[in-house]
Design a binder for this molecule. Structure first.
Ligand code: HEC
Ligand code: HEC
Ligand code: HEC
Ligand code: HEC
Ligand code: HEC
Length: 213
C-alpha cells in the first residue's frame, strides 16, 4: 500500500517538474536572439502611417543607408519639414472645426499630445516659439549586432537588398519590431545563396574577416 502511494507521488513529482521545465523552455531564447523585441518609443511614431499610408520613402528619413555603415535615425528637424505646419491629425482638426462652427466661435489651434512631445524636444512651445533648450529624442535602439561583428548598410542597400529582407514589413508596423534573429547563421544563409532571396548578380563573401575584424 505505502509503495503504491510512493509511486503515485513520484509520478506526480516527475510530471510537475516536466511542466516547470516546459514553461521555462517557452521563455528560453538563444543569447542575442531578440526576435519580437518591440520597445515603446518616447514618441508614438508610426511607420504604418508615414511609410505605409503616406508612402514616404525609407531613405527620406534613413538617408545615410546608401552612403554609410549606419542607416541613421532622423533628427527632429527632419520631422519639422511637415510638423511645423501639421500639428495634429486631419481627423482632430476637422473635429475642432465642426465643434467651433456648432458653438459659433473661432477655431482653436489643435496640437496632438504625441506631437507636443516633439515640440518639447525641440524647445518650442505650441505657437512654435522658442521656449526652452532643445534636446535629442532618446529613441530606443532595436536592432543591434555585437561589437565584434562588422555590418554595413551601404554594401547591402547598394546591392539592392531590400530593407524588408532584413527588417520585415516595417511599413505595416505601428511600432517597429525585430523580425530576424540577426545571428551569424542568418547572415551566412543569405551570403551563401543570395539568389534564393531574389538578389541577382552578387557574390557576397563568406570569409570570416568580412564580418569579423
Ligand atoms: C518620417 C520618417 C521615417 C520614415 C519615412 C521611415 N522611418 Fe524608420 N524610423 C524613423 C524613426 C524616427 C525611428 C526611431 C523610432 C522607431 O523605432 O520607431 C525609426 C526606426 C526604424 C527602424 C528601427 C531602428 C532600430 O533601432 O533598430 C527600422 C528598422 C526602420 N526605421 C526602417 C524603416 C524602413 C524599412 C522604412 C521604409 C519602409 C522606414 N524606416 C521609413 C523614421 C522614419
Ligand atoms: C512628409 C511629411 C511628414 C514628415 C516628414 C513627418 N510626418 Fe508625422 N505626420 C504627417 C502627417 C500628414 C500626419 C497626420 C496624418 C493624419 O491626418 O492622421 C502625421 C502624423 C504624425 C503623428 C500622429 C499625430 C496624431 O496625434 O495623430 C506623429 C506622432 C508624427 N506624425 C510624428 C512624426 C515624427 C516623430 C516625424 C519625424 C521622425 C514625422 N512625424 C515626420 C506627415 C509627416
Ligand atoms: C542585410 C540586412 C539589412 C538590410 C538590407 C538593411 N538593414 Fe537596417 N539593420 C540591419 C542590421 C544587422 C542592423 C543592426 C546594425 C548594428 O547593430 O550596427 C540594422 C540597423 C538599422 C537601423 C538602426 C540604426 C542603424 O543604422 O544602426 C535602421 C534605422 C535601419 N537598420 C534601417 C534600414 C533601412 C531604412 C534599410 C533599407 C534602406 C535597411 N535598414 C536595410 C540589417 C539590414
Ligand atoms: C538578404 C541577404 C543578406 C543578409 C541577410 C546579409 N547580407 Fe551581407 N551582403 C549581401 C549582399 C548581396 C552583399 C553585397 C555583395 C556584393 O556587393 O557583391 C553583402 C555584403 C556584405 C558586406 C560587404 C562585404 C564586401 O565584400 O563588400 C558585409 C561586411 C556584410 N555583407 C555583412 C553582413 C552581416 C554581418 C550580416 C548579418 C548581420 C549580413 N551581411 C546579412 C547579402 C546579405
Ligand atoms: C556574413 C557575416 C559573417 C561571417 C562571414 C562570419 N560571421 Fe561569425 N558572426 C557573425 C554574426 C552576426 C555573429 C553574432 C551572432 C549573434 O550575436 O548571435 C557572429 C558570431 C561569431 C562568433 C561568436 C560566437 C557566437 O556564435 O555568437 C564566432 C566565434 C564567430 N562568429 C566566428 C566566425 C568564423 C570563424 C567565421 C569564418 C568561418 C565567421 N564567424 C564568419 C557574422 C559572420
Amino acid at each position: 500500500m505505502s509503495s503504491r502511494i510512493t509511486t503515485v507521488f513520484l509520478i506526480i513529482a516527475v510530471l510537475f517538474s516536466f511542466l516547470v521545465i516546459i514553461s521555462k523552455l517557452a521563455l528560453f531564447r538563444l543569447p542575442g536572439d531578440n526576435r519580437g523585441y518591440e520597445p515603446e518609443q518616447p514618441i508614438a511614431f508610426s511607420h504604418r502611417l508615414h511609410a505605409g499610408e503616406l508612402e514616404m520613402s525609407c531613405q527620406y528619413c534613413h538617408s545615410e543607408a546608401t552612403s554609410s555603415r549606419h542607416a541613421g535615425i532622423p533628427a527632429a528637424s527632419t520631422c519639422m519639414n511637415c510638423h511645423s505646419v501639421i500639428t495634429a491629425s486631419l481627423g482632430a482638426v476637422r473635429a475642432e472645426e465642426e465643434a467651433a462652427a456648432k458653438e459659433k466661435r473661432a477655431v482653436r489651434p489643435v496640437v496632438s499630445q504625441e506631437l507636443s512631445k516633439l515640440y518639447q524636444a525641440l524647445g518650442l512651445d505650441e505657437q512654435m516659439k522658442r521656449a526652452g533648450t532643445p534636446r535629442t529624442v532618446n529613441w530606443i535602439k532595436i536592432h543591434d549586432v555585437p561589437d565584434f561583428v562588422y555590418f554595413d548598410h551601404r554594401a547591402h542597400v547598394n546591392a539592392e537588398v531590400k530593407c524588408q529582407s532584413c527588417h520585415g514589413p516595417v511599413e505595416t508596423m505601428e511600432r517597429v519590431r525585430q523580425i530576424e534573429n540577426l545571428s551569424m547563421g542568418w547572415c551566412i544563409n543569405c551570403h551563401r545563396d543570395p539568389q534564393a532571396q531574389g538578389i541577382k548578380g552578387r557574390n557576397p563573401s563568406l570569409d570570416c574577416a568580412t564580418c569579423h575584424y
